[in-house]
Design a protein around this ligand. Structure first.
Ligand SMILES: Cc1cc2nc3c(=O)[nH]c(=O)nc-3n(C[C@H](O)[C@H](O)[C@H](O)COP(=O)(O)OP(=O)(O)OC[C@H]3O[C@@H](n4cnc5c(N)ncnc54)[C@H](O)[C@@H]3O)c2cc1C
Length: 438
């Protein structure tokens, strides 16, 4: 029986899924597929909480597919090896998927497309996780934007909500006559233990749109890290596609333009990374590629562990270490402190966040770290330095957030700052001035 595979990656849902909807409109029955990619998994610690999150969602999809009269195939291995085997196990007509804009993913997909073409199997990838991708938002001169303000303005001007937010009919088409069950003997999926991982659950909000009142008040509450519901907490779901980005954008567009603007950052950073894959590891601004960053392992370790003696930095880093999440304001302050007051290379901070964040997303993480370091595409001049003390006064004046994460704050057990904030700032600016353009 000819089969179309739908390959899930960053879109762990059947509802409003662009590529899945297209697959379900083909003639052949569709079999959803998830690959636990060894190239990615082998680099993760055995208790990585993201694996538990992914595993639970894949299993839930498997159950949902079975109940609908189909099934979901899950394989563990290197992606090309998995496809070589699938070509033997199934009579494939096509493989459909949704686009992924990260450098590793674009190379992997090109290799998969080539392999499938050699076997006469169609491969198609659809835009799903952003509203506008790649070259869809351009300057008047037809060039990709590199300044967020102008990008966001163009993005909003060309938005047609009734078209761009329209849900894809994947759920409606997800029924027995359009689905197929896995081949005999292929119905069981790997367990977490088979994958070599331990269960590690961390809190994530339910995979559904945030309550309307959170969105309505977002512009007033988003900068108060002590509030539990001041922001949407949708980042992990946007990362893994466990909610529809279109549905969230539509809600934001209707209820709170500030939130819409924040989510547009996500499209912006994905567009930037797709155009400039090199910026995953090097400064976007060539003049900022050879800065004389400090080699200061002890300072770096203190930052990682949240014992710098700077309360808002420490609170943020401890929230990150304990929960896999860190409030945006604390991300800004902690990152700013590492790259400016400590003058440590932003790639080290980016790497640490990449290991700990449940919502880790290369484009967002790299884009924001470069923005904080002043090395990025966005208009964040390198001489802007956030002062953690002023940020504390402005965003956590009663130390509510700090006391939640740093219980010993205010006692003699809490260390004094590892750097004088003014001296650190002056040192960074001097070293950037010297290293810039070299
Ligand atoms: C140094 C640093 C590193 C970051 N790393 C990541 C990361 O790896 N993954 C990630 O999703 N976000 C990252 N962010 C952006 C932002 O902090 C998080 O998206 C946000 O805190 C997630 O919480 P939320 O879903 O409640 O956000 P909300 O404030 O409710 O925003 C809703 C959504 O908008 C998007 N968004 C909001 N702010 C930004 C932003 N500054 N840049 C890009 N998108 C944004 C996110 O998708 C977010 O889920 C980083 C920010 C900084 C300063």
């Amino acid at each position: 029986m000819k089969t179309t595979l739908f390959w899930h990656r960053r879109d762990l849902r059947f509802d409003d899924n662009a590529g899945l909807a297209a697959a379900l409109q083909r003639d052949e029955p569709v079999l959803p597929l998830f690959i636990y990619d060894k190239e990615i998994l082998d680099k993760l610690p055995k208790d990585d909480a993201r694996l538990t999150f992914i595993f639970d969602h894949v299993e839930a999809l498997g159950k949902e597919a079975h109940e609908a009269g189909g099934g979901l195939l899950a394989r563990h291995g290197k992606v090309l090896d998995v496809f070589r085997q699938l070509l033997k196990d199934y009579d494939l007509a096509a493989v459909y998927t949704n686009e992924d804009y990260e450098p590793y993913a674009t190379e992997r997909d090109a290799a998969v497309a080539k392999l499938l073409q050699e076997h006469g199997v169609e491969f198609q990838a659809f835009k799903d996780q952003v509203i506008f991708a790649k070259d869809e938002v351009l300057t008047k001169n037809g060039k990709p934007h590199h300044v967020f303000g102008a990008y966001s303005k163009t993005w909003q001007a060309q938005l047609k909500p009734e078209q761009d937010f329209k849900p894809h009919p994947s759920k409606r088409l997800f029924k027995k006559e359009n689905l197929r069950r896995p081949a005999r003997g292929d119905a069981s999926r790997p367990t977490l233990q088979d994958l070599g991982f331990e269960r590690h659950e961390q809190y994530t909000p339910p995979a559904k749109l945030p309550p309307a009142k959170v969105v309505e008040h977002y512009d007033k509450t988003r900068d108060t890290p002590a509030l539990d519901h001041g922001t949407t907490r949708m980042s992990v779901h946007l990362r893994f596609g466990t909610i529809s980005p279109r549905a969230l954008m539509q809600q934001a567009n209707e209820l709170n333009k500030k939130l819409l603007n924040e989510i547009i950052w996500r499209d912006f950073f994905m567009m930037l990374l797709w155009h400039h894959p090199n910026t995953a590891t090097e400064a976007y601004d060539p003049k900022m590629r050879h800065l004389p960053y400090r080699h200061a392992p002890n300072d770096y370790q203190a930052w990682c562990e949240g014992r710098t003696g700077v309360p808002l930095v420490d609170a943020g880093m401890r929230q990150l270490n304990q929960t896999g999440y860190i409030h945006n304001r604390a991300r800004i302050v902690a990152a700013g402190f590492l790259v400016k007051q400590l003058f440590i290379d932003w790639t080290l901070g980016e790497h640490y966040f990449s290991e700990k964040l449940l919502d880790y997303d290369m484009s967002n993480n790299v884009g924001n770290w470069q923005w904080m370091a002043g090395t990025g595409a966005v208009a964040a001049p390198w001489f802007r330095v956030y002062n953690p003390d002023s940020q504390q006064k402005q965003y956590d004046p009663d130390y509510e957030y700090v006391k939640k994460w740093v219980p010993e704050y205010g006692t003699d057990k809490y260390p004094s700052p590892i750097v004088d904030l003014k001296e650190g700032r002056d040192r960074a600016l001097e070293l950037i001035r010297k290293g810039r353009g070299k």
